[in-house]
Design a protein around this ligand. Sequence first.
Ligand SMILES: [Zn+2]
Length: 387
Amino acid sequence: MVRTRWLRSEFVPFDEMTALTDDGTGVRTSQGSTFKLPPEHRPQVARALAPPIPTGRPTDDAEALSAYVSGWWSPTRAADALLSSAARAGASDVHLEDSGGHIDARFRIAGAMVPFLCLQLADGRRLTAALKHRAGCLPYRSDLVQEGRIPRDGVAADVRASFMPTALGERVALRLFGRLMQLPELGLDDAQHAELTGMLAHDSGLVLVAGPSGGGKTTTVYAALAHICALRGGAHLSIEDPVEQRLRLAGIPVDQVELDPVRGLTAEAALRGALRQDVDVVALSEVRLPSEAQLALQAAHTGRLVVAGLHAGSVTEARRRLLDLLSRTETGADEAIVDDTLRGVLHQRLVAMPCPEGPGCGPDCTTCFGARQRLRPRATTWTPRSP
Ligand SMILES: [Zn+2]
């Protein structure tokens, strides 16, 4: 029998306890009060307040987490440990699937689904409830589609959480956004890197980052913003759906706007705002609609540098798609303005390569963390020929 609460004169959930007192005879709570602990409960409470520290070796982490939830445990701390394990293993997503008999936790690493942990139903459901609580969702409702964000201490990237009722229980998907990268880390060859920095050196114009969804466009847009900020001052605004990393927390002076179409904050409204906000650099995570393309081009044509993501299969398709979007606006597509404004296109996608460890690769491989493959960026650049 697993307990999360320790009874004194009232129930104090482990999640509300912050730490043992220095002499170990009591426990402090987040409300600032201190409770005395009966000696026989001290070891279990100490254990519940100290979840395993992730090592990055999935097998070890899974074993430690299973052992942790087999005694007195704090679901919130276990949820954080799960997220840290996933981050250490380089996972992009964590999936929790309720099969009606138990709950499977799997990581998506380098595009492959890797089994991580199998929890008993009651434990798994409590972990799910803790994740909902952390994400600002309703922990007691498992019959709703819910979405939220889990902030993580000391990490500029939140985790996006999504909860979905299924026939047997509930499905949880957690998206861990990648870490911030610098331009040289993007895996571009020297010529591509030079072309991209050339595009970003312009004071105004449009730079398109094209590729399929999940191809790392936002990573590149962030790296580009960091590069521009380091290069020169000015006012920078990034319009995102959703905000993946809080750039100011990471020391990059960029204001971020998160779109919220329900409340009227569409990409179009944000771009119109940006035109009146006297900003020098505007980033847009993805151009989707004709009106957005038109406003992005207008901003780029009137003295701002606009870096925008675009869903396209190649560099040539990116230009075609931009013209196609523009042709569906009232003003229409003016090829001369596009060619005058477009500073360049970077197209990128991620390609799965077999793990370089070869026969030495296994579930605890430190190169691929059991995914047996790695994703490598593959990029192409295009810039207009100099006149
Ligand atoms: Zn490997």
